[in-house]
Design a binder for this molecule. Structure first.
Ligand code: NI
Length: 191
């Protein structure tokens, strides 16, 4: 078990396009250890997703997984741990939905981001076999956030400002003033 240091906004590794992995690399022992480190790191910080560049590994690898017991994301349901190599995303429904996103690489902040509500992802699994998954709602946002990391994109790049509104907030102020109520159209997300 190894908890890895998380790269924070400003570190160039977060702005690189991550390198595609070869089949032999995916099947190698080193990759197994790296994935375990990512699981440990995500669990330590209460994340619901993590991309390899966030632990200073600029390769096409990301994890997504969360359960209903996660107190920081009440009402967001659950999704089994999915390990994705070389993922490619296709938008199935471009209708936008907003969630207050957070990121382990952008600690202490939340930002309101609008993204397509339904997507399809093609990827390779831990056996280097092709797989695909469809996601909508909150889970679609989680996948898009993580896969953005592999292209050197952070959620703050996607925040659209409007004079007199606050689409970016400190966590404390977010929790005091901005947490959406059940009937609001926006949800929340911290990866
Ligand atoms: Ni993130």
């Amino acid at each position: 078990m190894a908890i890895r240091k998380v790269a924070r906004m400003g570190h160039p590794v977060l702005r690189q396009r991550a390198r595609e992995l070869k089949r032999e690399e995916i099947l190698g022992e080193e990759m197994k250890r790296l994935v375990q480190d990512m699981v440990d790191t995500m669990s330590e910080y209460g994340g619901i997703g993590l991309a390899a560049p966030q632990i200073h590994e600029p390769i096409q690898l990301a994890l997504v997984g969360f359960d209903d017991g996660n107190q920081r994301y009440p009402g967001m349901g659950s999704s089994p741990l999915t390990v994705l190599y070389n993922p490619k995303i296709t938008v199935l429904d471009p209708t936008e939905q907003g969630f207050w996103e957070g990121c382990l690489s952008v600690p202490g902040l939340r930002g309101l981001v609008y993204r397509p509500r339904k997507i399809h992802v093609d990827y390779l699994d831990h056996r280097a076999e092709p797989q695909s998954i469809e996601a909508e709602g909150f889970l679609a946002t989680v996948f898009q956030h993580e896969l953005d990391h592999l292209a050197g994109v952070l959620y703050i790049d996607r925040i659209r400002g409007e004079l007199g509104k606050t689409p970016l907030a400190f966590t404390e102020e977010y929790e005091r003033f901005l947490v959406p109520s059940a009937d609001d159209e926006v949800g929340e997300l911290e990866d």
